[in-house]
Write a protein that binds this ligand. Sequence first.
Ligand code: SF4
Length: 241
Amino acid sequence: MPARQKTAIVPGLAASATYDPGCRRCARLADFLDAVRAEHPDYWCRPVPPFGDAEARLVIVGLAPGMHGANASGRAFTGDYAGILLYETLYRHGFASAPVSTSRDDGLMLTDCRINNAVKCLPPGNKPLPAEIDACNAYLAADLMQLPAGTAVLALGRIAHDAALRALGARRSAFPFRHGERHDVAGHALFDSYHCSRYNTNTRRLTPAMFDAVFVAIVAWLAERRSVAPAARRAAGAPTR
Ligand code: SF4
């Protein structure tokens, strides 16, 4: 393990309540990022910021950046295997401008959608410790607190579900994780899906059809709230966020 390094300041990425590019609250993760950066100097190797409009009507909460995916690209789910199905599905439902996400500079834009993670730094073995999930929850809470009422929050997996509940100030025991379930929490709708990880899709614990059905439910819920779906807004020439 190399001597602890200071994370470089990134132009245009200022520290805030929702994200700090120089955060080293989790010593284990910060040291791990230092080691990965030494091996891959071209990788992002710092906390990965949320991607998309801060007032989007759909917020997706994942687990954490993948080693050679978001940790390399610096954009949530970009380069991660899980991002393949996620961005395909977002595009099909009008939340993304393209079905693939290849780099931070690929021009892809989200419409009324924001992607965040329960843990913003790459964890060894994709397994953050409970204390690390807790430490990073302050950023997620600040992010979710700024949402307008009536936002759909999609949790990818149980850890993201628990982190979203904590961030929204809700009791975990009152809202057990269940794929396909919708929970009404703090004025928002929390939707659950199995994580679209390589393991879950290869074992067909989560199929593309199952994942699509979750998005169908989200779009229907947003439509019930008299919100017009992004694809329809684009077709009508309405401005999008
Ligand atoms: S995981 Fe979150 S709290 Fe921990 S060091 Fe990274 S940004 Fe900071």
